[in-house]
Design a binder for this molecule. Structure first.
Ligand code: UD1
Length: 340
């Protein structure tokens, strides 16, 4: 029988791309989302791309009864958890809201999974758990550092919830994928990032500036101890990132895990500076960006990039797309959204 994967937050940016890759790899997918931070554009896009009617539940994972019912009434073989708040600044201003939402939802999922026979749990974590690493690139063994925001702390706590639950209950296994900086859009231009209000992240801000929705991009600091003075990050294409989830689910399903709880870095292994990214965007898309150098943003780390060799070796996964292809897709998506 075709295995079924539940994707919490499956209507969002990452969740919708993962939904498509899972379906294309032969899985059944159930999407559940409370739609608190997205509309149905990406979910509809996923249906168009796959040519499938994808089962959808509008629900909040903080609602314990609803989560139990979902697991009771559907045979779920694996769950991937994306449904979470993700704005760093907002989490500093509204810590209780962030802890409640991001922790309750995951606790409900782990509890329902172990109770109703879903053995495989994949948690969407973040490179934010590494803070500013002393040694670069970071491996999965690099120490986590005390989180600088409630958002970052919820990623660390959920990793621990999964690790401890796998150990204690014996009937579930877990994988945490630590994403570096996911960017881009689906090559079909039917799915991509749709930030509400002013974008916090770099690439949506770039595309919105290029199209004239924003006046000017601020580059946060050019006095960092890096080759060109701007911060270094590991930008990972959204479709590449989505494919890593399929590899991780395959690994769990095939019972190929070396440990019942595993962690993988999902990145390219290549550092790119803010300035390099801005220049690459202008060049590949033939557009001119209005930008200025602004003061550093509080809480930003200077440089972080992945050593993805564990994922390369164990998951058989490797980032494929070039930054140029990715930035082209991001721009095509912005144009698509603008004309909708
Ligand atoms: C941010 C979050 C991180 C989260 C990730 C999810 C912060 C401090 N960190 O990572 O916890 O897991 O998003 O996507 O918010 N930049 C500009 N101008 C802009 C926007 C960004 O110069 O208008 C620069 C930033 O200083 C940074 C780089 O671009 O050097 C990337 O920023 P961003 O896309 O926000 O990602 P991170 O800060 O790495």
């Amino acid at each position: 029988m075709t295995p079924t994967v539940l994707v919490s937050g499956g209507a969002g940016f990452i969740g919708s791309h993962v939904t498509v890759e899972l379906i294309q790899a032969g899985y059944n997918v159930i999407v559940a989302d409370n739609m608190s931070n997205c509309d149905k554009t990406c979910y509809n896009g996923a249906q168009k791309i796959t040519g499938r009617k994808i089962p959808f539940f509008k629900m909040d994972f903080c609602n314990r009864r609803a989560v139990e019912k979902l697991f009771q009434t559907n045979k779920i073989d694996a769950v991937i958890h994306f449904a979470a708040f993700k704005a760093v600044g907002e989490s500093v201003a509204q810590p209780v809201m962030y802890y409640r939402n991001n922790l309750d939802s995951f606790l409900n999922i782990v509890d329902a999974a172990r109770t109703y026979g879903c053995p495989n749990i994949l948690f969407s974590s973040s490179a934010t758990v590494y803070g500013q690493p002393e040694k670069l690139p970071v491996t999965e063994e690099s120490p986590r550092q005390e989180a600088t925001s409630p958002y970052g702390n919820t990623k660390q706590i959920c990793e621990d919830v999964l690790r401890d639950s796998v150990k204690a209950y014996g009937n579930i296994r877990g994988i945490a994928l630590r994403y570096f900086n996911p960017i881009g859009a689906h090559p079909s231009a039917l799915m991509g990032e749709l930030p509400r209000g002013v974008p916090n992240n770099l690439v949506p801000f770039i595309t919105q500036t290029a199209i004239g929705k924003r006046e000017c991009l601020s580059i946060f600091g050019n006095d960092y101890p890096t080759p060109d003075g701007t911060c270094l990050r590991d930008y990972i294409d959204i479709v590449d990132l989505a494919k890593a989830h399929v590899c991780a689910v395959d690994r769990m399903m095939a019972d190929k895990m070396k440990e019942p709880y595993e962690i993988f870095n999902i990145g390219t292994g290549k550092p790119v500076s803010v300035m390099e990214l801005v220049n690459a965007f202008q060049k590949v898309n033939g557009v001119k960006l209005n930008y200025k150098i602004a003061p550093r943003r509080a809480g930003d780390v200077t440089a972080v990039w992945a050593d993805p060799s564990k994922a390369n070796k164990e998951l058989g996964w490797k980032a494929q797309r070039t930054i140029e292809e990715t930035l082209k897709a991001a721009w095509t998506w912005e144009l698509f959204i603008a004309h909708k």
